[in-house]
Design a binder for this molecule. Structure first.
Ligand code: ATP
Length: 905
């Protein structure tokens, strides 16, 4: 169907055109429309073309130098050298293309895991479906925090306000209603429409889908920017910058060496040139930036496997330094599988039996089954009407649709003997104030008879008590005693129950004929004059995995703070059950209001639980903790959580319960909403940082060591212990096969038992510098002892050089094994070479070495001779020596000072 001016038509007209009954489409109809009109998906980002990606690998100053060197070698007729340098460059580029391609694809796949969902009515039931499956004619529900998933003609709205900046550029939210607009109305003036891609700032609404995918306004404009996968991070940028500096330094240094070789040592200039090329290739860490990116990408994949989707790579690094995690309670630390366990009315306390969302179970009063209680029935009726959830029997059991807490209230009503369908049909809803964390209540209006209307409110007890003037009791009314009811609330909350109060009021209709109560009046003025029905206490068991994860955080020096909208006493009880603290220090949101940033920082450090908070409190807490030097991870799900999520060092949104706005504002999305997944992500973040550190700590000293060995020979005027082309060979096989293996390390044994690393600590620190010097010394000693050893025993220069190459390779292997170990790990081959990547890498390198030493073609190219078993022993011995010395240095070194290490850059 052609795009029409849907905004000009009345909702009924649109419903007729699209055959969209108010009960929603049937599943069969939706399926056939999906086939007819296609999925509600905009064309994806173009895949980066392989050739272009390959070409981009050469766009790097390090590679320019290598390519320049290969051309010059060719001009000097050193074709073998040219070939080997080109092989180095090509192998590097290929590894880069393959791994970057894999990383990009997996990031893309990970991002697809987070595809948006939409709530629709189908077969007369609310249902969550992937937004891609929306079809024209669907009845779509939208609420605060949603990104509208298709263009819809609104049928019903409740204080609905939408930000349409993405389409109109207007950043303030615009009010929406179900009215038609003139044909010429601009997009921003079509109040009866909600457009795909815009954000719901407040309220709720229902609309009929009139356009999906490319047919939407969003799809028809060209400003369709889909986020691209970004592989650059501050760290990789830092690495590139570092590599560039190193290159500049090496070039300068090469000129000096060249001059020295030609004028002081009287080398032929082409020979001197080849030495310098060998040196430069040995010294340039050409693979480093790519390996760092790959390490990050491996971390992202591992995090996805542990239910944490990383939206941008830099947060992987930040995760490793998190020192405080501020977590929501409901659903993150607890299971959000609620059940009403206790009810308090004016006359009595009741307890409820049952399991989960199973609608069977007795209601007991003093141990006796209750069959009839008018106050309890009135309360159950309110619990059913002031409620948007449903419970349905599905093959795998009873399941909640909508808010789990409200679903638990539906079950409570059923246990109290009410039939949800009948009660809801008999009292249709005519108005509502949707729940939000700031109001802490929800209010609905219903028609009850021709003259009166009924309002139901449910919410946080303190909030509801303010609206109440009397209490329902035995069919009559009793005086409302605040202290008495606060005490009852306390009794329920101290058992860890989430407590809700229910109240009702009857009013004559405000607007005569149509009988619609105008709840908008309450937006300005708090509702009053209600009759309290009673309290409901819901159990929400803590997650076992969260309890373990909190214990792990304690070991890892990370502090956990619970931030909740719930009652202080409930929150404290749950915090105790979770092991956050034996006697948790609790602060109320309102206690934080008057505090300055410093006072707040002090208070927030000493507090474990923040109760009755609003999203603004979260933002202030993040700022205060950051001002105090902490690295803060903050969870959130609601639309108002977005500023705090953005501000936190790591914003963590809930994948299941979170709004689109919260997800877009955060760096990490949890696909299972579980606190334990945050801790797993922190563990991975620490591991990634360790691995990058290992990659650098391995690459720089090995490059430096090779360079030193050649330099030593040059300055002393000796014959070179390795030829330039042999140096190129070592680089070709080890940089890739050995260096890359570190990217896949699973994480050290102490990764979650040491404190968070200091903020802003640099990867390139003095310790690394010291280590590089040590390795340079060891390599030089190894190389020359072997070299002179062979010559002294009457061996030829070729034999000496072959053994030197082999020894260098073994020393690199020895160092690789040592870099993987922490000082706590036992010194065993089993532990040092524990990952398949390391074993495969070493295996590959040794296979190449065997070919290098024993196959005639390679012997010809590289001027090598066969080695004996004794030679192998010497080379392996040198590798073992490097391993032993580095291990000894590591174990003798004083423990890390708490202030961190002074960075070099
Ligand atoms: P957390 O921040 O840990 O998720 P929370 O879910 O308890 O905590 P909010 O959702 O802000 O926080 O709820 C605050 C209070 O508002 C609750 O303690 C409850 O009393 C009340 N409340 C929550 N949901 C509803 C609802 N759907 N209708 C009415 N009142 C509600």
């Amino acid at each position: 169907m052609e795009i029409q001016a849907w905004h000009t038509l009345a909702p009924e007209e649109v419903a007729r055109v699209w055959e969209s009954p108010s009960s929603g489409l049937s599943e069969e109809e939706a399926q056939s429309r999906l086939l007819r009109y296609g999925a509600n998906r905009l064309p994806g980002r173009k895949q980066t073309n392989w050739l272009k990606r390959f070409a981009l690998q050469f766009h790097n100053p390090l590679i320019y130098v290598l390519l320049g060197a290969s051309v010059l070698s060719g001009l000097l007729n050193h074709w073998v050298d040219t070939g080997v340098i080109l092989a180095v460059v090509l192998v590097n580029a290929m590894i880069g293309v393959i791994h970057e391609g894999k990383a990009e694809n997996s990031l893309e796949a990970i991002r697809r895991m987070n595809d948006p969902q939409a709530t629709v009515r189908r077969n007369n039931r609310r249902k969550r479906i992937p937004a891609e499956e929306l079809v024209v004619g669907d009845r779509l529900y939208i609420e605060a925090g949603d990104r509208v998933a298709a263009d819809i003609r609104l049928v019903e709205t409740h204080q609905l306000r939408i930000v349409e900046a993405i389409l109109t550029g207007e950043s303030l939210p615009v009010s929406k209603d179900a009215l038609s607009a003139p044909a010429e109305a601009a997009l921003g003036e079509r109040s009866g429409m909600a457009f795909s891609g815009t954000l719901v700032a407040a309220g709720t609404g229902i609309g009929i889908v009139v356009a999906t995918a490319e047919k939407t306004e969003m799809g028809t404009i060209s400003r369709l920017l889909r986020e691209v996968v970004e592989l650059q991070t501050p760290l990789t940028r830092q690495m590139e910058q570092f590599a560039r500096r190193v290159t500049g330094f090496i070039l300068l240094f090469s000129v000096l060496i060249f001059t020295f070789a030609v004028f002081v040592r009287h080398y032929q200039w082409d020979e001197a040139f080849m030495i310098v090329v060998g040196l430069a290739v040995a010294a340039i860490p050409e693979g480093l930036p790519a390996v760092v990116t790959i390490t990050l990408a491996v971390g992202v994949q591992r995090m996805a496997a542990r239910h944490a989707i990383v939206r941008n790579l830099p947060s992987v690094e930040t995760l490793g330094s998190v020192s405080i995690i501020c977590s929501d309670k409901t659903g993150t630390l607890t299971r959000n599988e609620m059940m009403v366990q206790a009810v308090a009315t004016h006359e009595a306390f009741f307890t409820l039996e049952g399991q989960g969302y199973e609608p069977s179970g007795r209601i007991l009063r003093d141990g006796e089954t209750v069959t009839e209680d008018p106050t309890l029935s009135a309360l159950a009726r309110a619990a059913l009407l002031c409620n948007d959830a449903d419970v349905a029997r599905e093959p795998e059991g009873w399941k909640a649709h909508g808010d789990p807490m409200e679903a638990a209230l539906v079950i409570f009503a059923r246990k109290a003997g009410l039939d949800p369908v009948r009660v809801r049909e008999a009292h249709p809803r005519t108005g509502e104030i949707p729940f939000n964390g700031e109001l802490q209540y929800m209010l609905t209006c219903h028609t009850s008879d021709s003259t009166m209307h009924e309002m139901m409110v449910k919410g946080a007890p303190e909030r509801v008590f303010r609206m109440v003037h009397n209490v329902l009791c035995n069919g009559g009314y009793a005086q409302f005693e605040p202290s008495d009811w606060l005490a009852r609330t306390h009794t329920l909350a101290s058992r860890g129950l989430r407590v809700l109060a229910f109240a009702t009021a009857r009013r004559p209709p405000v607007r005569g004929q149509e009988g619609i109560l105008d709840v908008d009046d309450f937006a300005q003025e708090a509702p009053r004059g209600f009759t309290l029905l009673g309290l409901v206490g819901l159990i929400d068991p803590p997650r076992d995995t969260a309890r373990q994860a909190i214990a792990e955080c304690t070991q890892a020096g990370i502090r956990v703070k619970m931030i909740t909208g719930d009652h202080a006493v409930t929150a404290a009880a749950v915090a105790r059950q979770l092991g956050i603290s034996e006697s948790p220090v609790v602060a109320l949101g309102e206690d934080l209001d008057g505090l300055s940033l410093e006072e707040l920082a002090f208070k927030s450090l000493t507090t474990d639980v923040f109760a009755r908070t609003t999203p603004e409190h979260k933002l202030r807490l993040v700022k205060a903790l950051q001002a105090d030097g902490s690295v803060v991870a903050m969870t959130g799900d609601g639309v108002n959580d977005a500023p705090a999520l953005k501000r936190a060092d790591v914003g963590v949104a809930m994948g299941l319960a979170g709004t689109e706005v919260a997800k877009e504002a955060s760096q990490i999305i949890l696909t299972d909403d579980n606190f334990a997944s945050i801790v797993s992500a922190v563990r991975e973040g620490r591991t990634v940082y360790d691995n990058i550190k290992k990659v650098i700590a391995w690459t720089l000293p090995t490059n430096g060591g090779e360079t030193f060995a050649i330099l030593g020979a040059l300055t002393l005027g000796l014959a070179l212990p390795v030829t330039p082309v042999q140096i190129l060979w070592i680089n070709l096989i080890t940089a890739v096969a050995l260096g890359l293996t570190l990217a896949f390390d699973p994480g050290a044994s102490d990764v979650m038992t040491r404190p968070p690393r200091p903020n802003h600590s640099s990867l390139l620190d003095r310790r690394l510098f010291g280590q590089t010097l040590l390795l340079c010394g060891l390599f030089t000693i190894g190389v020359f002892s072997v070299y002179f050893g062979v010559l002294q025993r009457g061996g030829s220069l070729e034999l000496a050089r072959t053994l030197v190459v082999h020894t260098l390779v073994w020393m690199e292997i020895g160092y690789l094994l040592s870099v993987r170990l922490t000082p706590l790990d036992p010194l065993q081959w089993r532990v040092a070479a524990a990952t398949p990547a390391v074993r495969i890498g070493i295996g590959l390198v040794l296979m190449c070495q065997v070919a290098f030493i024993y196959t005639p073609p390679l012997q010809r190219i590289f001027g090598t001779l066969p080695l004996t078993g004794w030679h192998w022993g010497v080379a392996i011995g040198c590798g073992a020596m490097v391993f032993a010395v580095v291990e000894a240095e590591k174990r003798l070194r004083p423990p890390r000072a708490s202030g961190g290490i002074k960075p070099l850059l």
